[in-house]
Design a protein around this ligand. Sequence first.
Ligand code: DAH
Length: 342
Amino acid sequence: MPEAPDAVETLRREIEAETIESEEEAEAFRIAYLGRKRGKIGALFDRIPDLDPEARPAFGKAVNALQDDAQAKLEAARERLADEEGDALPELDLTLPGRPPAPAGSLHPLVETLDEVSGIFERFGFSVAEGPEIEDDWHNFGALNFPPDHPARDMQDTFFLEKHENDESDERLDVVLRTHTSPMQIRVMEEGEPPFRVVVPGRVYRNEALSYKSYCLFYQVEGLYVDEGVSMGHLKQTLALFARSFFGDDVRTRFRPSYFPFTEPSAEMDVWWETADGAGQWMEILGCGMVHPNVLEHAGVDPEQYTGYAFGMGIDRVTMLRHDITDIRTLYENDVRFLRQF
Ligand code: DAH
């Protein structure tokens, strides 16, 4: 065994000769030289009691210095390794999960259905028009062949508005929240020349008791096609094609005779709706018919020369069918927990 001072020198040279090129080598270095129990520097400290008392302070100091140097060498190596590792890492960690996109809004299910229904008729060659929600009595009722005291007016519980010619006048003008989109049939025909082929999506209002199936406002899409030689056959064909486009090729539809003052003959179209338990029922989705000659005349179209068909579809109903919605009021409450599903 070398003399004690020589032993420090020998170990110093050994330590200086060490190279540390990896985390594993750094750990091996620490255990070999600086380990509390079996490290080589610790072994030198263990020799102190065997030395001459005068020699102990100098020796202890030398071993302490060696321990500090070894510790410094280890720390420098670890820092260098950490830097190198940092450099070697790709700038972009492709394994990180992506950042979720900012939440985007979505269309209300009613708007989605309105757009889709209008879009299908646009592809059939119809144009799209919109009209006023505040209507005069003539366009909402009179021109559509509702006589003043005809019970058909009762079919549509109406919100009447008060409107006066001017501030002094007591005379009330008959103005209503439109009860259907049909007044746009009149406005479209008043403003142009046949042929007319148009759909009118829009909001309508009725003074009804609120329940799961009726609300004070709802949406319709009106359709009107007027030209020479338009027949009931055209009407049925177009609506059947619409139903296939909207509900799918296997949809079942039927027409039932009905009554509306502004069409003759009149019908309603039902679609067969299968419920989850395998049962099913016919659901009415629209009213339709051949435009009444009086209506054409009221709108300035010659009923001797032209015929036309019209239809009015309940958008809430088809939206509810589609999404299995059982209460119409949920469409108007704007509860985000409901809306987020779409
Ligand atoms: N306007 C009718 C309603 O709201 C629906 C309707 C029926 C529209 C027949 C039409 C039609 O254009 O021809 O109940």
